[in-house]
Design a binder for this molecule. Structure first.
Ligand code: PAF
Length: 288
């Protein structure tokens, strides 16, 4: 039980707490797991991973309005703070701080004025149809790092592009935070875990299984020696052709450039975004 978990809602209080903790515990590390709530096994696995290298754990919950390009998506994003708090309180691992900043405190003028960007990458894959999404993500993550001052922060690989961008920002700005990748966690049937899955009906959940099945098929094919991009891309697109595809292809895992069809797919990121009903789902797999 985690009944000692402290909830902080105010940014200044968060900064004071962090300054004090770092001063009093110079040999200990603060591990940070940023979330938008509606916690699931995927988030819990990030917490478990943080506990392995950090003595102090901070989790944040903030549904960041500026990473939603679509007002309906923001409105329908699942939220249940009471359940999240109960879940965190019930964990075996100790959580020190749950940071739940208030939107008015985060965005003093109702919106961020300083915006982070990597135009070469933020506009690809998810950024192509979700204009501004990654600018919102980078900006809030940068700010959370400034307020919480973690030593380590963990990001799940389901959001591969997000992980890549945050790692790049952290390196380029010398933010002194170690960025770790958290394994992509799947349901037993293969569906990548996401808070958005709660919006799928059971029939839609069944239909969504084709996403991970297709990725596994591509990986099997690659591992059995059929490693040309064109061949693997065809499998991907044929298998998903009955769905509304946002993107589905093979990409360079650092630049996110789509790979040339004649290339060998070794090291590629196979990434997919499709709509199941009204819900947009993403998934990916690395070929190595
Ligand atoms: O992955 C998420 O849940 C969000 O994009 C993050 C990193 C918490 C920023 O709002």
């Amino acid at each position: 039980m985690n009944l000692s978990m402290k909830i902080i809602k105010n940014i200044t209080e968060m900064q004071n707490w962090s300054r004090h903790y770092r001063c009093e515990n110079p040999d200990q590390k603060i591990g940070f797991i940023p979330t938008m709530g509606f916690l699931h096994e995927g988030h819990l696995s990030l917490i478990k991973q943080a506990v392995e290298s950090c003595q102090c754990i901070v989790v944040s919950i903030f549904v960041n309005p500026f990473q939603f390009n679509n007002p309906d998506d923001l409105k329908n994003y699942p939220r249940n703070l009471e359940r999240d708090i109960l879940l965190l309180n019930g964990l075996d691992q100790k959580i020190d701080i749950l940071f739940i900043p208030d939107s008015d405190d985060v965005y003093k003028n109702g919106r961020p004025e300083l915006i982070m960007d990597y135009p070469d990458i933020t506009n690809k894959l998810c950024g192509k149809t979700r204009a501004g999404h990654f600018n919102g993500v980078l900006t809030i993550v940068h700010n959370l790092f400034m307020w919480i001052k973690p030593h380590v922060a963990i990001f799940g690989l389901k959001d591969y592009q997000q992980y890549l961008l945050i790692k790049k920002m952290t390196n380029d700005l010398h933010l002194d935070v170690e960025i770790k990748a958290g394994q992509l966690i799947r349901e037993n049937d293969g569906l990548a875990m996401s808070s958005r899955n709660s919006r799928l009906s059971s029939e839609e959940k069944n239909r969504a299984l084709i996403i991970s099945q297709t990725l596994f098929k591509v990986k099997n094919e690659f591992e059995s020696g059929n490693n040309k991009v064109l061949h693997l891309k065809n499998i991907l697109q044929n298998n998903l052709s009955h769905l509304e595809i946002d993107y589905a292809s093979l990409y360079h895992s650092e630049t996110l450039e789509e790979l040339n069809e004649q290339d060998n797919a070794s090291g590629a990121l196979v990434a997919v975004a499709v709509y199941i009903g009204k819900v947009r789902l993403i998934d990916n797999i690395l070929l190595n």
